[in-house]
Design a binder for this molecule. Structure first.
Ligand code: GDD
Ligand code: MG
Length: 345
């Protein structure tokens, strides 16, 4: 079976991080998120992956190459202009040979893909959508279905008061190749706003696969941080991570013994933390330098950032690649610091 991982989005809600790193390459516990997704696909027996990309594709291609190091085959199809979540599928039609998975490239979940294949084989139909229940469905696609799971309507990002259900599209689909016949070629098409409603209107069976697995869309800073807290506290299982430690440090990290780190901190490789620094609930990427007495709370700090001595990084701040926080500088809560456009490589 093949899988298509949608990796063409610009990651606007994660700026300035995504001015330096495309969203699929943003690290989760030190590993590019897409690499973790590839591992998951591999474990489900999938060896053939198609990546419709467009935003900073070179960073993805440099890391994965043709996939042979993962014992997989990776095909890249670059969109000159974004084609949308369905247009991207139509654009790779010639590479699709049969039944296929589609994954939103920013969804962290423990859902078992083999279980979904078995469920689809039992139900039949043109496709199956993984659903999850959430408190507030207004930021997602709401999916209404009957007791057998047959989907009757799909409403993308409804206002909270009008949301018909709290079961939402969790961003993993399993389709028969026939779904491609419903997508027009050569223009931007949204699978959520156009294709799903059309497929349902045509009387084709789309089934729901609702689970209560761990699930998080990593598209916003608070979700990205929240996912790390969930991994460190053991709610999202990850094979290479032992939950319960105050912080997780990669290779070549130097921490002054008087620094206070934790809970729920990730320190990327080559990071240095000075005396008396305090870091709580934050994710630092590689080669970050934290000066003496600096305080960092609930922040995301990208590669090679330098945080000066006695600087304060307020809660919810996001600091982009190579930025410098001066000695003694105080960043207000929710600050954004760093590039204001994609960084040329
Ligand atoms: N190739 C390509 N081309 N990929 C794209 C494009 C495009 O034009 N636009 C978006 N993508 C990719 C993004 O990179 C991401 O991996 C995925 O498609 C979904 O886009 P998001 O921008 O993250 O969508 P969302 O989070 O607002 O909503 C989607 O995901 C929710 C679950 O996380 C929808 O599918 C919702 O219905 C769903 O509930
Ligand atoms: Mg998303």
């Amino acid at each position: 079976m093949q899988a298509i991982v949608l990796v063409g989005g610009e990651g606007t809600r994660l700026r300035p991080l995504t001015y330096g790193t495309p969203k699929p390459m943003v690290p989760i516990m030190g590993v590019p998120f897409l690499a973790r997704t590839m591992e998951r696909l591999y474990a489900a027996g999938i060896r053939d992956v198609i990546l419709p990309a467009g935003y900073m594709p070179q960073a993805i291609m440099d890391y994965f190459g043709d996939g042979s190091q993962l014992n997989m085959k990776i095909t890249y199809v670059i969109e000159d202009v974004p084609l949308g979540t369905a247009g991207a599928l139509k654009n790779v039609e010639q590479h699709i040979h049969g039944r296929f998975f589609v994954l939103n490239g920013d969804v962290l979940t423990s859902m078992n893909l083999r279980g979904m294949i078995a469920a689809h084989e039992k139900k039949g139909g043109i496709g199956m959508l993984h659903l999850i229940r959430v408190e507030d469905p207004s930021a997602f696609g709401c999916v209404v279905h009957d007791a057998e799971g047959r989907i009757s309507s799909f409403v993308e990002k409804p206002p909270r008061e009008t949301a018909p259900t709290n079961e939402i599209n969790a961003g993993t689909y399993l389709f028969e190749r026939e779904i491609l016949d419903f997508i027009p070629a050569g223009r931007n098409v949204s699978i959520e706003r156009e294709t799903f409603p059309q497929v349902i209107a045509a009387g084709k069976d789309l089934f729901a696969y609702t689970t209560d697995d761990y699930w998080m869309d990593l598209g916003k800073p608070e979700q990205y941080l929240g996912a790390h807290v969930d991994i460190l506290e053991g709610r999202m299982p990850m094979l290479d991570i032992e939950p319960g430690v105050p912080y997780f440090a990669e290779a070549n990290v130097a921490i002054d013994p008087t620094a206070k780190i934790g809970p729920n901190v990730v320190l990327g490789s080559g990071t240095r933390v000075g005396a008396r620094a305090v870091i709580r609930s934050s994710v630092l990427w590689d080669h970050v330098t934290v000066g003496e007495g600096a305080v960092i709370d609930e922040a995301i700090v990208a590669s090679r950032v330098r945080i000066g001595s006695e600087a304060v990084v307020g809660k919810g701040s996001v600091i982009g690649h190579d930025a410098v926080v001066d000695d003694g500088q105080v960043l207000q809560p929710g600050a954004r610091l760093g590039a204001t456009e994609p960084i040329k490589r």
